[in-house]
Design a binder for this molecule. Structure first.
Ligand SMILES: Cc1cc2nc3c(=O)[nH]c(=O)nc-3n(C[C@H](O)[C@H](O)[C@H](O)COP(=O)(O)OP(=O)(O)OC[C@H]3O[C@@H](n4cnc5c(N)ncnc54)[C@H](O)[C@@H]3O)c2cc1C
Length: 293
């Protein structure tokens, strides 16, 4: 386990503390993933640098047509924010179904992204919303598109031993956009998803536009079904088109057999069913998520 637990009061101070310990220190937010990793001996950090007291880490704003979130926004804050429920119900709904209340009260969006588990609920929604993360390092700040953020199971483009994710942003969806979140999990409060699907699209004069579909866990990273998105672009939002897209979705995913989540064959069929349901709801004008148990 760690030797020292330090609180950073600013992003610069967090960077300074990380740099001073030369790879031996690591950021912590809610600790819902990291403490378990430490207990399992999977995290060798001697020093933990807590970022939850940095001002601005919990902000939720809308500016110039974009939603701006502090990276330390917790799942409870995201689920209960009136702004997100109105402007990005996909994200608030995804956060509402994470773990139990204790996990939601302290678990953060940054932690969910940097832990980089492919089925993570908030990450899935943020990828579907075409979000970006601002990452601060000693060299400066950069924006990383979340579509390029994941690099494998547990791997991402942020190094929490030398960098701090500070902010998340995505464009607010216009009034012609719809979004849906579908989730299948076992009937237990703490169950991780067997399958997770998020779909975002504009529906203009009955036709799909700017479609984004993300499925997980069917690959080491949340998977954008770009072929399926291209298929839907400009097509009428009819049951026939949606069924065809769902069949295409099922043909594009290759989930592995999992003792925890079921066979690859079952989950491949499930991906088709859940993409169909999500698209039906997008076409029908719904804005909410749904969890199946
Ligand atoms: C019982 C239980 C149930 C759960 N259920 C779900 C679920 O249903 N769905 C789901 O998606 N997840 C679930 N989780 C996983 C977890 O709660 C989430 O991934 C959570 O969002 C992690 O956030 P955190 O703030 O606790 O991260 P931490 O554990 O503090 O950190 C996770 C990683 O992020 C890094 N990090 C934290 N903040 C920053 C930052 N600002 N910049 C850079 N790096 C940073 C840390 O160094 C670490 O590598 C569950 C966990 C538990 C224990």
């Amino acid at each position: 386990m760690w030797r020292d637990y330090l609180f950073a009061r600013s992003v610069d101070e967090a960077l300074e503390l990380l740099a001073r310990h030369e790879g031996q220190a690591r950021l912590i937010a809610g600790g819902t993933d990291l403490v378990l990793q430490c207990q399992r001996g999977e995290c060798s950090a001697q020093v933990l640098v807590d970022v939850t007291r940095i001002p601005g880490m919990e902000r939720i704003d809308e500016r110039d047509g974009s939603i701006i979130l502090g990276a330390g926004v917790t799942h409870t804050q995201a689920a209960s924010s009136a702004l997100l429920r109105l402007r990005a119900p996909l994200l608030s709904e995804a956060c509402r179904v994470i773990g139990g209340p204790q996990v939601r009260n302290v678990g953060t969006l940054a932690g969910n992204l940097v832990a980089a588990l492919p089925a993570a609920d908030a990450s899935l929604a943020l990828v579907a919303l075409d979000g970006e993360a601002e990452v601060a390092s000693r060299e400066g700040r950069r924006w990383v598109p979340l579509s390029e953020f994941h690099a494998g199971v547990g791997l991402c483009r942020v190094d929490p031993t030398s960098e701090v994710m500070t902010t998340l942003r995505f464009r607010s969806l216009g009034s012609d956009y719809r979004a849906a979140h579908e989730r299948l999990a076992r009937r237990r409060v703490h169950a991780l998803p067997i399958m997770n699907v998020a779909a975002v699209a504009a529906v203009r004069e009955g036709r799909f536009a700017d479609v984004r579909i993300v499925v997980a866990p069917v690959a080491p990273t949340p998977l954008r079904l770009r072929q399926c998105e291209a298929f839907l672009e400009g097509r009428q939002a009819t049951p026939e088109v949606i069924r065809e897209a769902a069949d295409l979705a099922a043909s594009l995913v290759h989930p592995r057999d999992s003792l925890l989540r079921g066979s690859g064959e079952y989950r491949r069929a499930l991906a088709g069913v859940m993409v169909r349901r999500a698209l039906e709801r997008v076409a029908g004008g719904e804005q909410t998520g749904r969890t199946w148990t």
